[in-house]
Design a protein around this ligand. Sequence first.
Ligand SMILES: [Zn+2]
Length: 299
Amino acid sequence: MKFTIKIKRIIPVCIAAGFLAPLLSCLGMAQTIGDSFDDVEDSKGAAAVSQSSHSIERALEDITPEQEYFIGRAVGANLLTNYRIYDGNPNLTLYLNQITTAIVINSSKPEIYNGYHTAILDSDEINAFATSGGHIFITRGLLDCAKSEDALAAILAHEIAHIQLHHSIEAIKSNRVISAIAETSSSVTGLALSDLAEILDEAAEEIVTALQDGYSQKQEFAADIRALELLVGAEYEPSSLLTMLLALEQNQPRHPGGFNQTHPMPEDRIANVQRPLRQYRDKVQDTRSYRENRFTTVK
Ligand SMILES: [Zn+2]
């Protein structure tokens, strides 16, 4: 499929720049590509820009859940060229999937094309990724920071929030924008493919720089707020997100890269959730003790 082939061209660039979370900051792509088109001076180039803007609008129309899944699967496959799945504790993987299910079935988006699936990455790095295909990857390093089932749920809720808030989809749409530009420019205006490649290469340099910052702070904060809602919906203790962020704050200095690179500082995330957490105080019964046994058994 033509579209898939073009997507493949972009994804390795994103992956090379720091795996999935940075990939999701491909959101800047449309703007970057737009900027690079400023250099196109001849009339054909100007026509290409005009034509492309229409294509961009078309490309930004909703993608189907099926496309969403297959693109996400390709992203996951790329991710797994750099990480190995941890299979040393199948019960832990099962446990994480049970928590994932508990969260999503109580959410506003319980079903996606092929469901939500969580796997553990065999890495000491503190990191987590989610694809639009519903794949959630959590490193061993991040799992080690969680000291309760509710803390695990907080990690998962944050990743599920990124999926449900379409943060990854927006990034993938940006890839589609590039694809649309390529298609429009070559077929309608006659802009040479070599020129197009140059434009994309130029844009890619800027994109790689942008990717290293990960999601935007706004998106990360939004994912944390949605995570609180997801936790409450599944009757997990919402303050567990705060507990988890405090654990990250303690552990991060020893772990360069990972969340340190792709997420806002834990103290900023803590400040972001403090106020919304207050609204849940006294409204949610603290049932964490009920889950202690199964957590210690599995973990
Ligand atoms: Zn995040």
